[in-house]
Design a protein around this ligand. Sequence first.
Ligand code: KDG
Length: 315
Amino acid sequence: MAELVTMGEALIQLNALSKGPLRHAYLFERHVAGSEANVAVCVSRLGRSSAFVGRVGDDEFGRCIASWLRGEGVDVRWLRIDPEAPTGIYFVQRGYPFPSRSSMIYYRRGSAGSRLSIEDFDRTTFQNSRILHLSGITPALSSSAREACTKAIELVKDSGALLSIDTNIRPVLWPSLEEATRVLMPMVEKADIVFTDPADSEILIGETDPDKILEVYKSLGVGTVVVKLGERGAVASSGSEKAKAEAIEVTVEDAIGAGDALAGTFLACQLAGRSLFESLRRATLVGSLVTTVRGDQEMLPTLKDLEIIYRYYYP
Ligand code: KDG
């Protein structure tokens, strides 16, 4: 069984080749994405085993996601083909209205991925796995997806594996930010590892200061907290240890997916037994790298390449 199991909605990303408002974009590039799928691929590229639980439609985009994940070495035995609904997609608009920033425009309501349910996995899915990774996106998709997250957390807490959660609040997917907080906080409080950022933490705990954020989640009983700070890098805390890592300077093509790259690399490093500092530095480095291209997964390095880049930046 896989060391890391993750559950959520894998999506097709259609990324505009040109920067600017989408109404002027003529050409789009197709990528496989979705926060949890990004983490699964990242972990697998870094030489650790990962499995993805979710649904895609019985359509060409669903087949594209399934074969891509399989090709990346992700265990897809719990990726279900749902004939009743299409695979979800989203478009990426880059560089407008803010230069260097991207926005996501979803076409995913009623998608196969949002129909994730407790029937899609069982106790054996998590047998011998060491980490279950969830994100705040999945509970926002539907009541059955929310129920699936709750059930998976219950099974993992019984199995002794660690629960990792990336808060990943996508406001357009929630009826209100209060509802996001009401649903996500009980999940976050059960987590052993939490990834978050100042924007999400302002919503969830009313804090934007990275040190305060670490403090608050630690006081709620979360063992390891990682605060992603974009071009400022990241800070983390685990037990009595604290670490800080700077992002490397890059030319940003599309920043979407950087947080998942950071989380996936951090988790792969933790699975490999690396220290908090070593894990955070590598995670921040990979987070920066993926912003240099369009697409969330193409730039995720193999373990061998990560070590080469790491030695270059940290001789
Ligand atoms: O973190 C990147 C993801 O947000 C992107 O791939 C799309 O999963 C996605 C989502 O639901 O926003």
